[in-house]
Design a protein around this ligand. Sequence first.
Ligand code: CUA
Length: 312
Amino acid sequence: MSLLLGASILEPAGPAAERVASLWPWLLWASVVAVVVVVVLMAVSMRRRGRLDGPVDSTEPRWGVGLIIIAGVAVPFVVLAATYVLSLVQMRELASGGDEAEITIEVIGRTWWWEVRYPNGATTANEIHIPAGEPVMLELTSADVIHSFWVPELQVKVDQVPGRTNELWIEAAEPGRFRGQCAEYCGLQHANMIVQVVAEEPEEFERWLDEQAAPAADPAGLAAEGRDVFMSTTCIGCHTIGGTQAQGDLGPDLTHLASRDTLAAGVMDNTAENLAQLVTDPQSVKPGMIMPPTQLTDEQTEALVAYLMELE
Ligand code: CUA
């Protein structure tokens, strides 16, 4: 179940995150040693001062000017320069590692979900499928406020700024699911702006991509009634369902809604019961979201949910 996935930079799942994970112990231990040395020197100094009776003669450093130059200037310079160079080397590699990417995916941050667009026209939300073992380029932008894209097991985080496109490549070494999180405070549901990267075997990914670009299947029975409900209520104003007259673009594209793991950007599992709650009382699922409640009878809700659950 995706909502429980951990997401630690210490468990890298791809080459970019490996670099980050290999860098951090060096930075950590350099900092720890520096702090310990400084604290010990301070403690020694305070103890000595505490033992003295009269005023301290500070005109002449106790251990001479040489100590100040070595411990106060030379050593910090070497330590800071070394960590700086280490970081620069990794940053350069992180920036250039996606040159081999064969596919570019647009990821648009929106309050509070993620729109994901593929070159073949497939549009989905909150789930980014990628082929495992291959670098993939992401073009990150925002439709409203500043968000930040961060999947700790795969890459560093990059801001999503309105009117600007930032590139970030990601690669997962093995198939798996990786949790990502908006990392820039963007309003009430910032913490519930969750994205999932799904890495699959390349053939499986290709199949998924073809399916996602296809229009929605024609419903029958109860689901056909549900489609009529969808097309005659407020739903149609904000959502797109490929192959129908629903072409709204305020909310997520629902053409293949039933193929996704979660609803409302990782807030709940994608089940009929949860979907019914989301449709009829969205504010109880994600307070502040722009989706208004839909006034439906129980029969209409049942038909609508049957229709949406068929959109695989
Ligand atoms: Cu989007 Cu925080």
